[in-house]
Design a protein around this ligand. Structure first.
Ligand SMILES: [Zn+2]
Length: 94
């Protein structure tokens, strides 16, 4: 199964979709123009909870990867992702 990489910019777009808000945990700041624009620069890993700049998802295709991210059942930082691969875990929270 291929691996897909999502940057904070892509995750910000995805986080606007229904149900994704609490699953894609973006961290960032509110810009000064009226305090309305949220500018995420990091996202929380679903494994270790660290704030990172990109998440990795293992899925059949990118559409599937996006669905997994939105549902909160995927999205690991590089560190967690590589240890998942090293342990050979197939269906654990990716
Ligand atoms: Zn992690």
């Amino acid at each position: 199964m291929p691996t897909f990489e999502f940057t904070v910019k892509e995750l910000k777009k995805l986080s606007r979709k229904k149900g994704a808000t609490e699953n894609i945990r973006l961290c960032g700041f509110y810009s000064n123009d009226g305090g309305k624009t949220f500018e995420p620069d990091e996202v929380k890993c679903n494994g270790c909870n660290w704030e990172v700049t990109r998440l990795f998802v293992r899925a059949e295709n990118r559409e599937e990867a996006e669905k997994l991210l939105i549902s909160g059942s995927a999205g690991l930082c590089g560190e967690c992702y590589s240890s998942m691969l090293a342990e050979g875990v197939e269906c654990a929270k990716m």
